[in-house]
Write a protein that binds this ligand. Structure first.
Ligand SMILES: NC(=O)c1ccc[n+]([C@H]2O[C@H](COP(=O)([O-])OP(=O)(O)OC[C@H]3O[C@@H](n4cnc5c(N)ncnc54)[C@H](O)[C@@H]3O)[C@@H](O)[C@H]2O)c1
Length: 162
């Protein structure tokens, strides 16, 4: 994989090894500067509105709104698009765009994404600080949750922060 230092947007990295193949890296930079081979994740609502925040960029870049709606996923589940060799995961954490998610719905959606990643041999996954912008969750709690959910996998997660 391309190292973080080769990306001009990246100014800072931090890596934590957890003793399994799982690894979480923290990178300062634009999520969409990640290698094209890496799968991506973000949080949306069941109505797949994607009218604000980073969701707007996902909608513009990957489209697929009707395909996502057709998957009929509910809070606590995860919709997914295939784009080339990568998967784009949409964690469904609430019913309507104007609502806020719960930690429980985020955890269940992360678990659903983990199952899909493991079944499809996804090894590299990039995401923003999910749930912690417009959705107002606490990043310290979400970061611990990501570690708990993925700790027994071989997946490398990179978290991008602007
Ligand atoms: N009325 C609406 O349409 C409405 C209302 C609330 C939230 N939303 C949207 O926001 C919800 C998700 O909230 P969220 O807190 O998970 O996401 P978010 O607030 O969109 O973004 C999460 C974090 O990513 C940061 N970020 C933005 N762009 C980039 C980038 N290019 N690279 C790296 N980081 C970036 C952003 O600053 C924030 O800290 C979804 O439901 C979505 O639809 C929409």
């Amino acid at each position: 994989m391309e190292s973080a230092e080769t990306k001009e947007e990246v100014t800072e990295t931090m890596t934590e090894h957890t003793g399994t193949g799982f690894q979480i890296r923290h990178v300062k930079g634009d999520l969409f500067s990640c290698p094209q081979s890496e799968s991506l994740a973000q949080c949306i609502s069941e109505d797949c509105r994607m009218g604000a925040g980073i969701a707007v960029l996902f909608k513009r870049k990957f489209g697929g709104v009707q395909e996502l709606l057709g998957q009929k996923k509910q809070p606590g589940e995860c919709a997914v698009l295939r784009r080339g060799k990568r998967f784009v995961y949409y964690l469904i954490t609430k019913k309507k765009a104007h609502q806020k998610p719960t930690y429980e719905s985020l955890r269940k959606s992360l678990e659903a994404m983990r199952e899909h990643c493991v079944s499809n041999e996804v090894r590299e996954l990039s995401m923003p600080r999910i749930g912690c912008g417009l959705d107002r969750l606490d990043w310290k709690k979400v970061a611990v949750m990501i570690e708990e959910v993925f700790q027994n996998t071989d997946i490398q997660i990179t978290v991008y922060t602007l």
